[in-house]
Design a protein around this ligand. Sequence first.
Ligand SMILES: [Zn+2]
Length: 80
Amino acid sequence: MCERDTRPDTASEIHVYDPSWLSGAQCMGDACVVCHVKWPRPRRVLGELPDGSHVYGCDECAGIIGHQPVSAGGSLIAAR
Ligand SMILES: [Zn+2]
């Protein structure tokens, strides 16, 4: 009966987007949720929908939001 708040309140804040103000492409992960760009295909998970499916954004917008640390130089090859 008593419905507890069981949402995992972890440090990583997942932004939940309201699908009513996203386009179909954005809901499907085909377009960036911020700038609507479809190409290059957004690969960064910027948040999720209330049903738990992920929404994506391009690298630039992910950097603007600050969801993940993005090095402006794009030096992802520093894996030593
Ligand atoms: Zn974008």
